[in-house]
Design a protein around this ligand. Structure first.
Ligand code: SF4
Length: 320
């Protein structure tokens, strides 16, 4: 199966205001791919670069370097005008549904906005599509003329989902779509996304720091740390057999399964804060927090290598 999305060595640096040549290393050479109809979950602490990666893939931010292939077409260097038809294929659901919905527009206008931007249908046809979408996400026709502030967080996220689906996209980037919602609502929204995936053959890049939800929705899971991918594997594999000390710390229920990690305890807490992405540590970026760090970790960056079964890990003490 050909991947619908293939990202190769993507880099996104932001200049530091008044910092001369210094940059924020938000995304530093990420390569991922997602097969059509599947979900790649992406996890990591706040500040690891996962949201910047999402926004760079969808070209809200221009990439500093690297390639982004959507259906085989490299969209990394397309102009905004060239990107317009591509935007029908790839949509985004944002973390904060309140901030992402225009407070001065009615729900009807918010959901119909992508249709207008792409000049699809008459106003009447657009209105009918909005009603269809409202029904699909469990809202009522009567909601169409209200404003975002009149809704609960869960309902606002449903409005955001309706807007993201109205152009029949193929790939949806879900940037922490449930983090701002009450726990009781999170499962409803995730179930809805799963149902839409099946019904509409959608592909998802699902970003979260909630590992349990990522497990529930993902076919594959990638773990990011300070702008780098440190582990990538099938969903069951990564939860049953996490290899990287950072992933183990995140999951906190990882049995030590390889001889090299036999000394690692079942639960490995991650201590300290994530270092500044303006001056990331040399070598393995995790070495300042890794209890297993040795000399080589500070000097050499471990490559992300296949441990033999499609399970990729970036650690000097694995797979050797
Ligand atoms: Fe820890 Fe060294 Fe492995 Fe990095 S390379 S995760 S510092 S043991």
């Amino acid at each position: 199966m050909e991947p619908i999305l293939k990202v190769e060595n993507l880099v996104k640096h932001f200049p530091v205001k008044g910092g001369g040549k210094r940059v924020v290393h938000a995304v530093d050479g990420i390569s991922i791919q997602i097969k059509r109809g599947l979900t790649l979950g992406l996890v990591g602490e706040s500040g690891c670069g996962k949201s910047t990666l999402a926004r760079t893939i969808i070209r809200i931010y221009p990439p500093s370097s690297g390639h982004i292939y959507l259906d085989g077409q490299n969209i990394a260097s397309l102009s905004q005008r060239q990107l317009k038809p591509i935007r029908k294929k790839i949509q985004m659901i944002f973390q904060d549904p309140f901030a992402s919905l225009n407070a001065r527009m009615t729900v009807k206008d918010i959901i119909a906005e992508p249709l207008r931007a792409h000049r699809i249908g008459t106003p009447q046809e657009q209105g009918e599509r909005v009603f269809e979408m409202l029904a699909k996400v469990g809202l009522e026709r009567a909601h169409a003329n209200r404003y975002a502030h009149e809704f609960s967080g869960g309902q606002r996220q449903r409005i955001g989902i309706a807007r993201s689906l109205i152009l029949h996209p193929e790939l949806i980037i879900c940037d922490e779509p449930i983090s701002a919602l009450d726990v009781s609502i999170q499962a409803q929204v995730v179930n809805m996304l799963k149902n839409f995936q099946e019904e509409l053959s959608l592909t998802y890049l699902f970003i979260a720091h909630d590992l349990s939800m990522v497990r529930y929705v993902s076919d594959e899971v990638g773990v990011m740390y300070l702008g780098k991918l440190v582990e990538l594997a099938g969903c069951d594999e990564i939860y049953k057999n996490p290899q990287h000390p950072y992933t183990q710390g995140l999951i906190r229920s990882a049995p030590a399964s390889s001889p090299a990690l036999a000394r690692m305890k079942k639960s490995v807490p991650i201590e300290g804060d994530i270092p500044s992405p303006i001056s990331p540590p040399p070598g393995c970026r995790f070495h300042t927090r890794c209890r297993y760090a040795q000399g080589i970790c500070k000097a050499e960056e471990p490559p992300l290598e296949d441990q033999g079964t499609g399970h990729f890990t970036a650690c000097h003490f694995l797979g050797r």
